[in-house]
Design a binder for this molecule. Structure first.
Ligand code: PLP
Length: 385
């Protein structure tokens, strides 16, 4: 990236950072380097540092540089999934016996990774609400806590954590603050600029944006952290393949315009649901009544495309609403151009049933897409009738 682009706006970086048109062909878009290995000019004579695609691949390099530019970090790392990124991060930074503070409202798969996989490896964890800094401070075990892990907004209840305050609390205890920025995307919020040490993404979601790829990412500012992640990315091997890296890169180019439309449509949906007699409660950080509204306003550009709500008729009604929509497709995941609806208790968060992270059974989560807003409202009206 040129000096000029370093100072440029988000959308310019999204489209250009990490790639100059190919010097040989002029190709404006980076090729998909579908190669496992690279010819060496004599033993150790690597061209551009490339030797084997687990260690580095030119398509992945472009994506990693682009992500770093968008998050205002120094280095980015692309993985085969969000959970692969998380596992690599944990093993790079923690050792058996270390302790991690987790959100009490985390993505179910993140909790399962810590509770079922990392715990067996000797890592202990405690849940704390990221929206309550004093509860996070109290959950820290002095000397043992290595990571404070935060999602903001959280999945699925849209809780908000104050990144700046939480970074201070983590650092006071000698721990690092990790922010899962999947729900906000780098367009709405850049945690590294607020003091976080590591940003994590499921690029499957808004970064990819078209529900056609599974991927993950980590971005850091610190050189030593970057070296530890680079070593583990290669040593553990859960990397993004070149085609997947290319799809995420293509998605990132339109992230800004997509996010603006996701937010606009979500605001319309929130307004509609807030007055509906079949809706008991709406969760959206853009609502002035949301307890995290002021913090969200400070640290986010807008409030995102995810809306959750509880229905008045209990779990059966929540399931019925999920089954009745036609424009909102019933399915897991989020962040694609198409609107999705799901029942967290039985779907994305089934793995936290019976734990402190269990979600209400009458909860419905919407990933509001970028279709015509009136069609989305009409679809919800039919489903809630
Ligand atoms: N973090 C959040 C907030 C998520 O929503 C998800 C997936 O739904 C993940 C992490 C895990 O990412 P992946 O499914 O790409 O492994």
């Amino acid at each position: 990236m040129t000096e000029h682009q370093h100072k440029s706006g988000f959308e310019t970086r999204a489209i250009h950072a990490g790639y100059e048109p190919d010097p040989v062909t002029g190709a404006v878009i980076p090729p998909i380097h579908a190669t496992s290995t690279f010819k060496q000019d004599g033993v150790g004579g690597l061209r551009g540092g490339y030797e084997y695609s687990r260690s580095a691949n030119p398509t992945r390099t472009v994506l990693e540089a682009n992500l770093a530019a968008l998050e205002e970090g120094e280095r980015g790392f692309a993985f085969a999934s969000g959970l692969a990124a998380e596992d690599t991060l944990v093993r790079a930074l923690c050792r058996p016996g270390d302790h991690v503070v987790l959100p009490d409202d985390a993505y179910g798969g993140t909790f399962r990774l810590f509770d079922k996989v990392e715990r067996a490896w000797g890592l202990v964890h405690d849940p704390a609400p990221a929206s309550d800094p004093e509860a996070v401070r109290a959950a820290i075990r002095p000397g043992a806590t290595r990571l404070v892990w935060v999602e903001t907004p959280t999945n699925p209840l849209l809780g908000i954590g104050d990144i700046q305050v939480l970074a201070g609390i983590a650092h006071d205890a000698g721990a690092l603050l990790v922010v899962d920025n999947t729900f906000a995307s780098p367009y709405l919020q850049q945690p590294l600029t607020l003091g976080a040490d590591v940003v994590m993404h499921s690029t499957t979601k808004y970064c990819g944006g078209h529900s056609d790829v599974v991927g993950g990412a980590l971005v850091v500012r610190d050189h030593d952290l970057a070296e530890a992640l680079a070593f583990h990315q290669n040593a553990m091997g859960a990397v993004a393949g070149p085609f997947d890296a290319w799809l995420v890169l293509r998605g990132l180019k339109t992230l800004g315009v997509r996010m603006d439309r996701h937010c606009e449509n979500a605001e319309r949906v929130v307004e509609y649901l807030s007055g509906h007699p079949a809706v008991a409660e709406v969760f959206y950080p853009g609502l002035e009544s949301h307890p995290g509204h002021e913090v969200a306003r400070r640290q986010m550009r807008r409030f995102g495309g995810i809306v959750s709500f509880r229905v008045t008729g209990g779990e059966q009604q929540a399931l019925a609403v999920c089954a009745r929509t036609e424009v909102f497709t019933l399915g897991e995941s989020l962040g694609g151009v198409e609107s999705l609806i799901e029942h967290p208790g039985r779907m994305t968060h089934a793995s936290v049933a019976g734990t402190a992270l269990e979600v209400p059974s009458d909860l419905v989560r919407l990933s509001v897409g970028i279709e015509t807003a009136d069609d989305l409202l009409a679809d919800l009206e039919r489903a809630l009738a």
